[in-house]
Design a protein around this ligand. Structure first.
Ligand SMILES: NC(=O)c1ccc[n+]([C@@H]2O[C@H](COP(=O)([O-])OP(=O)(O)OC[C@H]3O[C@@H](n4cnc5c(N)ncnc54)[C@H](OP(=O)(O)O)[C@@H]3O)[C@@H](O)[C@H]2O)c1
Length: 376
């Protein structure tokens, strides 16, 4: 596969141009995670404008519904709906996959767009470091659950796709060794920018391994850097009070402290993009029939290695990440199942206790009544 039609696109291409060009490829069912704002919203809007059936997967119901209304008021015949998804909760991911598969028969493209960047040290509802948990693990689990539908929807001439919105942050900030498997929650060392870089590196590694494992089943995957975009909410954690207090690790200084002069030069050379420009690479990845499976894209083009962390080429690392992610999910699922069983066991015990208490109370009342009757 080459890079033909998208060859005419570049850094200044806007998303609408891409969907207009691939209008005949838009009659697809597509999920966009984190679609209530920023790049996710504009990606969903562009796809809906050309007739795609778009599902907005967002964690906040009010914001998700508002995004649906906004798209529908601009495009009255848009086929767009909302299903709640919190990537920081494996239960929520499972519920999302169930609801989606109940409602939709097929899934042609899954766009894993949602992310948090450089947040202070914290964990997800499942107890996993937030950036690894939301940006990678939540999406990894989502893909596992939706794979049967993706496989069913793909065909050799038009495979189903998983598009992972990564970032040049993987190159700029990712740890030298790739992934800190031995300190995944950052208990020994936490720099919020490094953790963002790690999670975005995971997006690329996951894409490659997913592609290796499922290309033969007509599911391909690509990852991308959308550009440096002004006007989204991605910087929301960078200027929070906690980050300002801990400025050397989590604020902007935290980023500078791990940037080499070469990487700093690479970052400064980035021309900032508008939101419409920021979604064009994602849309190329989602729609271009000539996409290179397993590839990493930026400015609508396939990267030949530039802007990539050296670890993305380590096949063993991608396999290790896959197996590591599977093992965390299996462990967490067992824990959740144990919690459910505990609650189920606890409930009958509680009701037995109540019953015994009521019976004792009844006996006591009968005894008191009997004594009173005797005294009369
Ligand atoms: N903007 C850039 O310059 C830039 C550069 C490189 C890469 N990227 C990548 O582009 C993607 C989109 O970024 P953006 O700039 O559009 O950011 P954004 O405006 O902050 O949007 C992020 C989206 O992710 C959602 N999200 C966060 N945590 C979630 C969770 N636990 N479950 C479900 N959804 C969650 C947010 O929902 P809430 O609104 O509810 O929080 C929001 O919808 C990200 O993957 C980012 O890494 C962006």
């Amino acid at each position: 596969m080459g890079n033909s039609i998208s060859g005419e696109f570049g850094a200044a291409t806007v998303g609408q141009e891409v969907v207009d060009k691939f209008a005949d490829k838009c009659s697809k069912t597509i999920i966009v995670t984190g679609a209530n704002t920023g790049l996710g919203f504009e990606t969903a809007r562009c796809l809906a404008s050309r007739g795609a059936t778009v599902v907005l997967a967002c964690r906040n119901s009010k914001l998700g519904e508002a995004a649906v209304d906004k798209i529908k008021s601009a495009i009255p015949n848009a086929s767009v709906s909302f299903i709640p998804l919190d990537l920081g909760s494996l239960k929520s991911v499972k519920d999302f996959a169930y609801l989606f598969q109940e409602k939709f028969k097929r899934l042609d493209v899954l766009i894993n767009n949602a992310a948090v960047m450089a947040c202070p040290k914290s964990v997800t509802l499942d107890g996993i470091e937030t950036q690894f948990g939301v940006n990678h693990l939540g999406h990894f689990y989502l893909v596992q659950l939706l794979l049967p539908t993706l496989i069913k929807s793909g065909a050799p001439s038009s495979p189903a796709r998983v598009v992972n919105v990564s970032s040049m942050g993987q190159y700029l900030f990712g740890p030298e060794e790739g992934v800190r498997f031995d300190d995944i929650n950052g208990d020994e060392y936490y720099n919020s920018w490094e953790r963002y870089g790690q999670s975005k590196l995971c997006n690329v590694l996951f894409s490659k391994e997913l592609n290796n494992r499922f290309k033969s089943k007509n599911v391909i995957s690509v990852s991308l850097h959308p550009g440096v975009i002004t006007g989204t909410e991605l910087l929301r954690h960078v200027f929070t009070l906690t980050n300002i207090k801990n400025v050397s690790k989590d604020g902007l200084l935290g980023a500078w402290s791990i940037l080499s002069p070469q990487k700093l030069a690479c970052l400064s050379s980035q021309r900032s993009k508008t939101i419409p420009e920021g979604v064009s690479t994602t849309l190329v990845a989602a729609l271009d029939p000539d996409i290179v499976p397993g590839g990493y894209y930026y400015d609508c083009k396939l990267s030949q290695g530039e802007g990539l962390h050296p670890a993305v080429h380590e096949v063993e690392l991608a396999i290790k990440l896959w197996e590591f992610s599977e093992s965390i999910i299996s462990k967490l699922s067992k824990e959740t199942a144990r919690k459910v069983i505990k609650v189920q066991i606890a409930k009958p015990q509680e009701s037995w206790m109540k019953l015994i208490f009521i019976m004792l109370l009844g006996l006591f009342a009968a005894f008191v009544g009997f004594e009173l009757l005797n005294k009369l």
